[in-house]
Unconditional design. Structure first.
Length: 409
């Protein structure tokens, strides 16, 4: 693709990166076949190829409009198109650059600004989000269905292991997950305790930065990243080599710290080291498979489970097959549904900002998952889990909770 960037972005870091990405695109259209929003609408501008053209026009100096902004907003950033693209176009990074530029050119309506500000200022702060969620849970039976879907019932976390192990790993607790589904973190700690690993959460670590970053608040996202790096750095200096993450959306973001802070002299090297240390739970547990099998005394449980691999795991982090292998090692009959590569519609704050599209994608995903006749649905990201559960009576949980129960059984 030929490009001629406008003066305002030519020669900048974002401009150079966008130019390199744009030049890789050969207009083949393979990406449209796996784009959820294109599949729903059939509109070229609702697919990656069309959005690439829109971003190119803006970066070449054509003024953005509210329609440009809407088409870019409708993208789930599922990065399915990246898995499909034969040319290696890093669409996710290009979309982030394009959205930030458009955000500077197009003023949003007041209602949109208020909602987006509420989300990006409340969700990342546990001291705000946790009491707000607890208040919602207290009156949950009285809430309208739309709000009830976003407020899960209270859950007990169970026992957090206290055994000291020589082998330690850092652990990201996250921002919304400890309040929405506290058992996920506790189950993760118990599973690793069973194989002789102690998970350690740094007190000052918080939101990974993805919420602000993907809502075009790059400065806010980088502030979250720097805070986490500062919280983790003493542990890394003491010899801990792994930052364990059980929410795939957070994992995908933390693995981008090195890129996001590459031009920050004070943090570039530290960010690169943090990104290299970040590992999804499913990447680490196979190292302990022998111990797991010894603990599990594997036998078939007879339980049929449908696994929904989050986009941030299979497309963002390029991790496929590991969760299924671990569950099979625990004797679980785990199945993938048809079109398992497609997004469930959660996509972070997308399910709030673009409810209609999100619900259509959720219902399509659930129809495919339920066609496997599962007794349970599992996934690897809190957003997917909450979103899917809002549309089905089949229990939905994190796959590590299933493994935790198998170990305790």
């Amino acid at each position: 693709m030929q490009t001629n960037l406008a003066d305002f972005i030519r020669g900048t870091r974002d401009g150079d990166e966008a130019d390199a990405i744009l030049r890789k695109c050969v207009h083949c259209g393979f990406c449209t076949a796996t784009c959820p929003t294109y599949q729903l609408s059939g509109d070229e501008l609702e697919g990656p190829r069309g959005r690439i053209y829109l971003i190119k026009q803006v970066l070449e100096g054509r003024p953005a409009t509210d329609k440009t902004q809407a088409h870019l907003d409708h993208c789930l950033t599922c990065r399915n198109c990246e898995s499909t693209c034969p040319s290696g176009v890093q669409y996710g990074r290009l979309a982030d650059i394009g959205r930030r530029v458009v955000e500077q050119q197009v003023a949003r309506p007041a209602r949109q600004r208020m909602l987006r500000t509420l989300l990006k200022e409340t969700l990342p702060r546990r001291w705000l989000f946790t009491p707000a969620l607890k208040a919602g849970q207290a009156v949950r039976p009285l809430l309208p269905q739309a709000l009830k879907d976003k407020v899960p019932a209270r859950q007990s976390a169970g026992v957090w292991p206290r055994t000291e192990h020589a082998h330690k790993m850092l652990f990201l607790e996250g921002c919304v997950q400890p309040a929405m589904s506290p058992n996920i973190n506790a189950a993760t700690a118990r599973v690793f305790d069973a194989v002789g690993v102690q998970v350690v959460a740094a007190d000052r670590a918080g939101c990974c930065g993805a919420i602000r970053w993907h809502m075009n608040d790059a400065d806010g996202g980088r502030a979250d990243m720097r805070r986490n790096i500062d919280a983790w750095w003493p542990y890394l200096e003491q010899g801990i080599t792994t930052i364990l993450i059980n929410a795939s959306g957070c994992g995908a973001m933390i693995k981008e710290y090195g890129h996001a802070l590459a031009d920050d002299p004070a943090y570039a090297a530290k960010a690169a080291r943090v990104s290299a240390a970040a590992k999804d739970v499913s990447e680490v547990l196979p190292e302990f498979e022998a111990r797991l099998r010894a603990k599990l005394r594997t036998r078939e449980t007879g339980e049929r489970v449908a696994y929904h691999p989050p986009c941030t795991l299979q497309h963002g982090q390029k991790i496929r097959g590991k969760v299924e292998d671990l569950l099979r090692a625990a004797g679980v009959d785990v199945r993938l549904c048809a079109d398992s590569h497609l997004c469930c519609g959660s996509a972070g704050t997308y399910s709030v900002l673009h409810k209609e599209v999100s619900l259509r994608l959720r219902d399509d995903k659930l129809a495919r998952l339920e066609a496997t006749a599962p007794e349970r649905i599992v996934s690897a990201n809190i957003g997917c889990i909450t979103h899917l559960q809002s549309g089905t009576d089949v229990p939905v949980e994190h796959w590590v909770e299933l493994l935790d129960r198998a170990l305790r059984r």
